[in-house]
Design a protein around this ligand. Structure first.
Ligand code: MN
Length: 200
C-alpha cells in the first residue's frame, strides 16, 4: 500500500459510498502546483474544512470560526483525516445520518506554495508549515502550527493581504457556483432551512 493509500484508509472507513455522493479515492497525486481548498460545511455544527495538498492527499483541518485575515485572530484548527485530492471538487449534500451529513460549499480554492522550500508533508509532520495562498478569497502568507495532539492554530501573517474585514461575512458564497449554503441544499435535495442557518 502506498503512503497516500494508507493515509486515506480512515476516510474510506468512515463513509458508505453507496449512500454519499462524496468521491471515492481513486486518483493519486495531481500534477502541477499544490492545491488548496476551503469547504464551508454545515454539518452538526458549522465549520470550514481547510485542506492542503501534500504527497497525494489533502491534509485537512476543521476550523470552527473559519479563516481570519487579521493576524491577531488565531483560529483553532482541529486536524481531521486526510481526504482524497478529488475531494477539492466536491460541493453538494451529504445525506442526513451519514458521516458529516449536511451541506458542503467550495468556499475558496486555489494553489499554495510552501515557504522556505520545505516539503509540506514533512513540515506538517513536524508540526509547522508556513505557506503562501493564491486563492480567490485567501491570499498571502499563512502559518499552521500544531499546539498539541490534533489541535493546531491557523494564522494570517502580516503582509498586504492582511485585513480586519471578516472575510467569512463579506464573501459568503461558493467560488464555483456563487450559491449560498441554502441554495446548494435546495438544488441538491438537502435541508435548505438547516443549511440557511450557516448563511449570513
Ligand atoms: Mn467537515
Amino acid at each position: 500500500m502506498t503512503g497516500s493509500a494508507r493515509r486515506l484508509a480512515q476516510y474510506r472507513r468512515k463513509r458508505d459510498f453507496t449512500r454519499t455522493p462524496e468521491p471515492r479515492a481513486r486518483r493519486g497525486a495531481s500534477r502541477g502546483p499544490l492545491r488548496f481548498v476551503v469547504q464551508k460545511h454545515r454539518a452538526t455544527a458549522l465549520h470550514y474544512d481547510f485542506r492542503l495538498e501534500a504527497r497525494g492527499t489533502l491534509r485537512s483541518w476543521a476550523v470552527p470560526k473559519g479563516p481570519s485575515l487579521d493576524p491577531r485572530r488565531r483560529r483553532l484548527a482541529m486536524e481531521v483525516e486526510d481526504h482524497p485530492i478529488e475531494y477539492a471538487g466536491f460541493e453538494g449534500v451529504i445525506p442526513a445520518g451519514e458521516y458529516g451529513g449536511g451541506t458542503v460549499m467550495i468556499w475558496d480554492e486555489g494553489t499554495y506554495t510552501p515557504l522556505d522550500d520545505v516539503d509540506p508533508a514533512r513540515a506538517l509532520d513536524a508540526g509547522e508549515l508556513r505557506f503562501v495562498l493564491a486563492g480567490r478569497k485567501l491570499r498571502g502568507g499563512w502559518t499552521l502550527v500544531r499546539t498539541g495532539g490534533r489541535t493546531w492554530l491557523l494564522m494570517k501573517r502580516r503582509d498586504r493581504h492582511a485585513s480586519d474585514v471578516d472575510i467569512t461575512v463579506a464573501k459568503p458564497r461558493s467560488v464555483r457556483s456563487r450559491r449560498l449554503l441554502a441554495g446548494i441544499a435546495r438544488d441538491e435535495g438537502g435541508d435548505a432551512a438547516k443549511a440557511a442557518t450557516g448563511d449570513p
